[in-house]
Ligand binder design. Structure first.
Ligand SMILES: [Zn+2]
Length: 71
């Protein structure tokens, strides 16, 4: 007779750990960070929409990632 083997569902009670929060912080920082326009070097380069980055000076538009742009 096996006994006391029904506790295997335990362990899910821990709330989501630090990871999502840390990720959000870094994403936020990336969003706020100033970046230079690859076309004219102006620092008015920023995210216009998710995945779209635009320079407000020369209107250079580039498709990037949702929260960052790899150039
Ligand atoms: Zn520009």
């Amino acid at each position: 007779m096996a006994k006391g083997k029904s506790a295997s569902l335990k362990g899910l009670g821990q709330k989501y750990g630090l990871k999502p929060r840390k990720k959000y912080t870094s994403v936020h920082r990336q969003l706020k960070a100033q970046r230079k326009c690859p076309e004219c070097g102006s620092e008015k380069f920023g995210r216009e929409a998710v995945g779209i980055w635009i320079c407000k000076k020369c209107n250079f538009k580039v498709a990037g990632l949702a929260y960052d742009v790899k150039l």
